[in-house]
Design a protein around this ligand. Structure first.
Ligand code: MRU
Length: 316
């Protein structure tokens, strides 16, 4: 299965708002539709957004305003703007050149996720060791966040394929429940043992022991290693540091943003009150309750044991 692809002149995505209830593919033929899909998280996750941005430029063609609107559809994941810029640089050469660039980005993401999975599994469970690992993760960093395989969940998948995975503890990831809806769906399809955990239980379970590593993805890694990722990542990093559990960020090199010196310069998307006061369309707070809804947080680099990319392992 591919989360996003170019099929017969249009973008096809798995509509992630409908999972885990149904796995439906939708065709996207205009930039306006694509921006809508990105904003409602029908397509999401940094690597998938990079591919969406690049393919979107094929739809935008010679309309600079459409390209600019697409580039700004969501602010935190650097891959979206990166993918748009990579493809838009080929606009003077024509549509075929733009499409070829977008397809190259798609194929490079597939290869990068394989490489990250292998590098991460080699690091966490070296061949000369034995035993299975229990890992904790947040949000969804699997195939649904990329093209065919994931980043942090790509490492989990490789561990599972090598028979080195004991269990995944997946944080549910309020407000939009990517952990419960998407990660548990993917782990179930993989046949990997997993249990769902409420977000607040993460740091406590780390303190209680028995967890070998925390693995998260990244939406933007600043030049100094500070990492923006799904809200809840910072709490896990603090809990992991206190408990002495290694904390790994798994992301392709394309998520590293050397133009952003440190985490405080990363724009954090606030998605508004509605997602917080309700769960999947059902209001759970009193009518009129105000809410704050940062979609991401920033983990300072000193709390990160290592960043695993498709090319290297970066340590502080
Ligand atoms: O709001 P989302 O679902 O797009 O957030 C996704 C994440 O935070 C992921 O961890 C990140 O994009 C890395 S995905 C491999």
């Amino acid at each position: 299965m591919r989360t996003i692809d170019w099929v017969d002149g249009a973008i096809e995505i798995v509509d992630q708002t409908r999972l885990p209830d149904e796995c439906v593919t939708v065709r996207i033929t205009s930039v306006a539709e694509l921006i809508g899909a990105i904003r409602r998280l029908a397509v999401r996750g940094a690597p998938a957004l990079g591919v969406a941005g690049a393919l979107g430029v094929v739809l935008a063609g010679d309309d600079p305003e459409a390209v600019a609107r697409l580039r700004a559809a969501r602010p935190t994941a650097v891959n979206l703007a990166w993918g748009v810029d990579q493809a838009a640089a080929w606009l003077p050469q024509g549509r075929a050149a733009v499409l070829a660039t977008a397809l190259r980005i798609r194929d490079e993401d597939i290869a990068a996720c394989v490489a990250m999975g292998e590098r991460g599994a080699d690091l966490l469970a070296p061949a000369e060791t034995t035993g299975r690992l229990r890992v904790m993760t947040v949000c969804n960093t699997g195939a649904l966040a990329a093209v065919e395989r994931g980043t942090a969940l790509g490492v989990v998948q490789t561990l599972h394929e090598r028979g080195r995975l004991a269990e995944v503890l997946a944080l549910e990831t309020r407000p939009l429940l990517q952990g419960a809806r998407l990660t548990c769906w993917e782990l179930g399809r993989m046949g990997a043992r997993h249990r769902l955990v409420t977000d607040g239980a993460g740091p406590y379970l780390l303190a209680r022991g028995g967890i070998d590593a925390v693995l998260i993805g990244a939406d933007r890694i600043a030049a100094n290693g500070d990492t923006a990722n799904k809200i809840g990542s910072y709490a896990l990093a603090l809990g992991a540091a206190r408990a002495g559990v290694p904390f790994y960020v798994v992301a392709p090199e394309t998520t590293i943003d050397f133009a952003t010196p440190s985490g405080e310069h990363i724009e954090i998307e606030d998605r508004g009150a509605e997602e917080v006061v309700s769960v999947r369309g059902v209001r759970v707070a009193p009518e009129g309750t105000a809410a704050v809804n940062p979609a991401f947080d920033v983990t300072p680099h000193d709390l990160i044991t290592a960043i695993i990319t498709d090319k290297r392992v970066i340590r502080p």
